[in-house]
Write a protein that binds this ligand. Sequence first.
Ligand code: SAH
Ligand code: CA
Length: 213
Amino acid sequence: MNFPSEEIFEYIEQLTPEEPEILKKLDRETNLNVLMPNMLTGHVQGRFLAFMSRILRPKRILEVGTYTGYSAICFAEGLKEGGVIHTIDINDELEEIALRYFKEAGLQDIIKRIQGDALEIIPTLEGKYDLIFLDADKENYPNYLPMLKKRLAPDGLLMIDNTLWSGKVLDPAHSGDKETQGIQKLNKMVAEDPELESFLLPLSDGITLVHWR
Ligand code: SAH
Ligand code: CA
């Protein structure tokens, strides 16, 4: 299932600004050399993330799920001077490519990649974040939500990726795989939490925007 239809997506893509050369290169290299390249954010969604970051001008960004670094580099476009991005990934095989691209983008001192299991790392982080992007293991999305709430600044924005999961969220609850179940549960938790206000955007694979009421 595509959101929106392929024709509308192509139309949006034509109207979307080009991505910087370095992101095109990272997209190509990821597709050639890395497993599961469809996890990479890509052109249209990447421009949306950069746009949101440029509007919000966050000083501190937390990303859960770096992969090869595409989305982190997009978020850096809007980062306030002197700001920092912490991005966590469990897969050490992805470290070399991500760090190489952060360096090539001149962001090696701004984006700090933290190696390890985000479920263990997030509780050890200090301070709050103005912008948080959740894009790691979907089966644990319900476990990440309370942790990330604690890390979200009062005016901060939490963005959760893949909340439509190629339409699999329509499967009856508990009938799907662990990842689908995780996303279904997360979507319900977010919508029903009286402390949170949220909106599920049907862009790409579904992006939910969450902030404090
Ligand atoms: N944000 C990236 C894509 C992330 S793909 C982009 O848009 O380009 C999801 C990533 O989450 C993978 O790289 C995977 O290694 C990582 N991941 C999975 N489980 C994790 C965990 N428990 N802790 C940290 N990272 C995890
Ligand atoms: Ca994603």
